[in-house]
Write a protein that binds this ligand. Sequence first.
Ligand code: GLC
Length: 557
Amino acid sequence: METHAPRRLGDDWWRRGVVYQVYPRSFADSDGDGTGDLPGIIEKLPYLGPDGLDVDAIWLSPIYPSPGRDVGYDVSDHEAIDPLFGTAADFERLVAEAHRLGLRIMLDLVMNHTSDQHRWFQASRRREAPYADWYLWRDSAGLSPDGQRLPPNNWVSWFGGPAWELDPVRGQWFHHTFLPEQPELDWRVTAVEAAQWAMVRGWLERGVDGFRLDTFNVYLKHPDAPSNPRRRGTSAWTRQRHLYDFDQPDLPQLLGRFRALVDSYPGTMTVGELFAGPTEAAAALTVDRHLVFDWELITRPWSAGAFRAAIRRRERAFGPDRWPTAVLSNHDQPRHASRLAATAGLESERDRDAVARAAAVLVLTQRGTPFVYYGEELGMGDVAVTPDESIDDAATHVAPGFSWWDRSQSRTPMPWTGEPGAGFTTGTPWLKLGPDTATRNVQAQLADPDSVLGCYRRIIATRRAQRSLQDGSLAIIEQTDPDVLAYRRRGSGDDVLVAVSFGGDGGAVRLPPPPKGRRWRTVVGATRDPVQPDGDGHHVRLQGIDAVILVAEQRTA
Ligand code: GLC
């Protein structure tokens, strides 16, 4: 079967293309068991391909066997496909079909930890060769006054409680930044690194075009495991300076070895998930073809000032030579349509959709590779899920004082139609469907050019047509109206302006003088009939929450 990567956009697709994140459990269920699967994704590829949304690559959240304590991020076999999602043959077909449509496939590599059910961990806790030292095993630090064994140091888990678990089988403690069911590998053991690279090579040989690296800056810890210094904070996690449990100085060398392997397969890319770090840390770990998610855009409220500051900070941190990503939603965060609208006190569905459309223009026109989380192109919002209905163990582990949010709310099934089951499943969905599924679905939005989906399709098409939106420079254009934001993208030949108004009252966006012999013309907008600049060409007046993209065109008369 054909597994060669598609040629569309060429080897720099990682910079110029758009990546779409599929959460496999929630995308499309082909067999009626209520959980999405690989045949379901294959069936929906045309929706993502050149005659549909027209993205360039698909990142699949984990599809490996997993007991599901962290809903797939606790992997028990990194080389296989979870039968829940299908077979090895289904995966082969997915890669071939995607490539036939010009779509690349990226997998999620969870290499920091395994499930406690992984055969490596099972062998390691019994001290079996060669796995005995593959995990971070340590002895007790001593005994408490009441005779209890004390953990090796003061490290805490992101999900709450100590980061050490005493294993009754081995009689030693193992480290876990996440759940106790996610023991951490010891990347300083040569055989661990070799086993990981063999696994990565296996997927590259199966035709995979790239990877997202789960929590990659946590791989290495200080070899002596000293306690972290204390500081003021509001939770056990923030009351420590995390000097020794992640972000170690020798991480770049380890990443270099990983990149050398991936780079030996032309046309591939990777993107690392920066765990708990600022934009500057993301930029510092970014190199060609190896991107790093920064969280600057995802943490901002809906205001022109907040986005302007975020863009400035990103531009400063990444500079002209490092390529950023642009992301507003993912499987760990509240969905941005509802999140951003709430930060601005906007409650109506109409306003929320206006925010979703304007945010689409923002995320697809930043300098950097945009990542679209499934359903954001429909303006999907968080779904209220009760603790009984939730499937996110981690949410219930979190210690008091640490506000972790139940991620089930942003992982609900994709609504394809308005029928019962939403065209997602003929069975009972694994997580409940959104309450607005009857009207907010792919079928309905394909028929409505003013829908959020209509907007995503137009903006992605414009991005494809305007090279400077793909890889041009970005400069903020200063404004006097506090509710508007404008920036200019310039590059290979074309000159493009993006203007966004954040407030219900709209605003006048000041346009910079166009290059000689040219004038600004609106080519596309958040809605079907975008507004053109004023007669004198100095302003474009946006009504309400809106966004337009203008191009400097040759004057004809
Ligand atoms: C990453 C994943 C998240 C998971 C965690 C532990 O942050 O995105 O879903 O819970 O790693 O694997």
